[in-house]
Ligand binder design. Sequence first.
Ligand code: SAM
Length: 286
Amino acid sequence: MSDMLKPAFVHRLIKEKGFNIKKSLGQNFLIDGNIARRIVAGAELSRDDWVLEIGPGLGALTDLMSKEAGRVVAMEIDRDLIKILTEYHAGEAVIVQGDALALDWREVLEEAGWQGQRLKLVANLPYYLTSPLIMKALESDLPIEVVVVMVQREVARRILAQPGTADYGVLSLAVQYYTEGELLLNVPPTVFIPPPAVDSAVVKLKRIPRQISAPREQLFAVIRAAFQQRRKTLRKVLRPLLDEWGLDREDLERAFSAAGIDPQIRGERLSLDHFAALTEELIREV
Ligand code: SAM
């Protein structure tokens, strides 16, 4: 087992290096070998795979993945951790210092020698950036086949939520637009140093080709409008879009009727296919 998954080793290392754990960077280091192995197993790595990791921390997952994948490329923002990572993981993974949200992932990969090999993203994410990092992965033009990430349990619920539930929202629909999601495991706070204030969960998102013809930008404008005031009826929440799209109330009613959607219901009841149908009918009215 990697030393980085042994609590006593991690405690000693942090002390010896005088490393200050930075809460502001979402630093909660995984120290449970069983959970680390289950996360890595969830990614189903082979030597043909390249892995992009966000926030390797002390390298708990990095180590394991380097043994199974063709190459691991890990982006870490904290320079203090970079020093420790390069000392303990030299020659295995490619470690890049920088903000994963700002970095150009294609550039990072190509500099590491990536030439279009199969790509997976695996990370125990910094929780303050969960949604933007997931969205960056989904919207990326890189061929990321699978995303396996540890997130707050509450975010996992939102990611995997179905229509008609309180957790269902823009994030659920964005994830569904690109992928098929699955809960891999629930994770308690006790397996981290320091323990986070919230429960965690690991989700696996597999990219699937979707047959949705509604253009993405307009589809998500409708979805965002529907969830901006989730207690109101669709008829009410979509009115602000009308001016923007040059439509009037009659156009809106016609679109509802052509899409077979009751304007009195709330957006939280609509599936992705319903939203797509409504968007297409609205575009027809423009
Ligand atoms: N992967 C390690 C593990 O499982 O023990 C650490 C996970 S910890 C929850 C999140 C990591 O993300 C930390 O190492 C933190 O420094 C790093 N991080 C935070 N913000 C980042 C950013 N914008 N870009 C890259 N790494 C970041």
